[in-house]
Design a protein around this ligand. Structure first.
Ligand code: SAM
Length: 290
């Protein structure tokens, strides 16, 4: 199958490909025209849950046969799909919602397809984590996708402890049944003042994007049963930058200067003497003065 910018896609059985196709995370209007055309034209669709996807496919008049590919059969099903790809047929992979492989099956299939030299082509579209990040107001230049935390409290807390010093924005998928427990654990392990954003039911009728400290979010969710329903992404700001401790000699010089000079001048002079950044010395001088 070859693509062009005009949106016509023709099957070329000598040039088969595995298409990884994103589907809506709630609002069917987010289905791309290209996704529909690819799904109509491939020989086979591998879906996480064929019954779930049947509704979506019916809506877009896609009559392509579907097979199930889920966490319990991924290896065997992948072998069959790879065989069909090797025979020149094109296959599309879809998840129940959003982009496959993001907390969804397909990793083994894609990995094997690439290893076997089969073309793997993305058909990009919705993904809950990207949608949440794009409206969160939290830094997006660096983020770490964690997906679902472990269900058991001890393992969850251990995972959070390992993430406590991570400077990038943390992105979690969360189940409504566990949101309160997770927020409580995050408050404890990451710090209750950490900024966070809960993005719930994105693209759907009851979409809510609520920001605040982990503490505030905990109060918001526990105070409103509706916030404990539906699908949710929880984003947490990365760990604040830790200023490296000053050399004791630098601190001594700054202390002497502070006895004679106002904070700003003391910091500027100490910077010239020691070569340490003026800003860092200014912050330190403020702390010492107080
Ligand atoms: N592959 C999907 C993607 O690209 O977003 C995610 C699949 S994962 C199994 C399902 C989880 O994604 C949900 O439990 C929830 O955490 C998040 N999610 C999916 N749809 C969402 C939505 N409309 N609003 C908020 N979170 C959503």
């Amino acid at each position: 199958m070859n693509s062009n910018s005009g949106g016509n896609y023709t099957v070329n059985s000598e040039n088969s490909a595995l298409y990884v196709v994103a589907t809506p995370i709630g609002n069917l209007g987010d289905m791309s025209q290209r996704a529909v055309e690819i799904l109509q034209q491939v020989a086979l669709i591998a879906a996480e849950d064929t019954r779930h996807s049947a509704r979506l496919l019916r809506h877009f008049a896609v009559t392509t046969p579907c097979v199930a590919l889920h966490e319990h059969n991924e290896r065997e099903q992948s072998s069959r799909l790879l065989q069909r790809l090797a025979n020149g047929e094109s296959v599309a992979l879809i998840a129940d919602a959003g982009t496959p492989l993001l907390s969804d099956p397909g990793f083994h299939l894609v990995q094997q397809a690439r290893r076997q030299g089969i073309r793997v082509i993305p058909v990009p579209g919705p993904s809950a984590v990207i949608a949440a990040l794009s409206v969160s107001g939290l830094p997006t230049d660096c983020f770490k996708f964690i997906g679902f935390l472990p269900a058991k409290a001890a393992a969850r807390r251990q995972r959070l402890a390992a993430l406590a010093a991570e400077p990038c924005t943390l992105a979690f998928y969360e189940s409504p049944h566990r949101i309160l427990e997770s927020l409580a654990d995050m408050s404890e392990m990451l710090g209750s003042e950490r900024e966070a954003v809960l993005a719930r039911e994105l693209t759907k009728t009851f979409e809510t994007v609520q920001g605040g400290s982990l503490n505030e979010l905990q109060a918001f969710v526990s105070g409103d049963a509706n916030q404990q329903k539906g699908e949710m992404v929880l984003l947490v700001a990365g760990a604040p930058a830790v200023e490296t401790a000053l050399d004791p000699e630098v601190e001594r010089i700054l202390g002497i200067l502070l006895e004679e000079l106002p904070v700003k001048q003391a910091a500027a002079l100490a910077a010239r003497i020691t070569g340490v950044k003026k800003n860092q010395l200014y912050q330190q001088a403020l702390t010492m003065k107080n």
